[in-house]
Design a protein around this ligand. Sequence first.
Ligand SMILES: [Zn+2]
Length: 268
Amino acid sequence: MGTPRNYQTQGIILKQTKLGEFDKIVTIYTPEFGKLRAVAKGACRPKSKLGGNVEPLTHSLMLLAKGRNLDIVTQSQTINGFLALKSDLWRMACGLYVLELIDSFTVEGGENRPLFDLLLDILHQLSEPDSNETALRYFELHLLHYLGYRPQLRRCVSCDTPLKPVVNFFSPGKGGLLCPHCHSEENRRYEQIETISTRPSFPLSVEALKVLRLWQSCDYATSRRVKVKPELSQELEQVLCEYIRYIVQRELKSLTWLKELRKESVSL
Ligand SMILES: [Zn+2]
């Protein structure tokens, strides 16, 4: 038995693109089917009942019909439009970054319920007035885990010895930390290859390591209780963003926007 001709699913709209004059293709992240793309017919018409329910950053309950190529959204009802999140530029930028991460890391199909729950949860967290960038880092770390890229933070990824509380080195290519000894070995090898344009690994402080380890194993509420100073926050951002960039092999558009917004708010 395949999927029935009509089926219902909840989902979070990741993005939309116009199709012809009045229709849209929407990319939806669902708990049962993972990522799927579907056509929302007439969604661009001014009086469309679908319209607002299939905008990005919306959690909707949808009825879909099997199509020959893409399925068709026949009805959609908003469960949560995340209006608090959309009414604040910085918060919205964070939300769009989260959506772009999910979209970049996943292919169509393939159920990943924990990832759906993580996505829904972060959108709720970001809607809270006192949310901050800690939420994004926590999200990134757990996203990596649910997609099979959990960074190794306990043992050296090269020699497998338990890491000591000293400055170790994060290697995006190896997906975790190198002990100082293996790092200097690696450096020696890279010095012989002069064309290398990116740093193969970079230092990670003891403090940053402690925070990352804690976040890897605690829930979001606990992670928020950790006081992170601006300098440490920057370091955590760097390590996770470099690792993510290494995996997706490009700079995320929404991240660039987020950084620009931050610069503007600092210069005000
Ligand atoms: Zn080592």
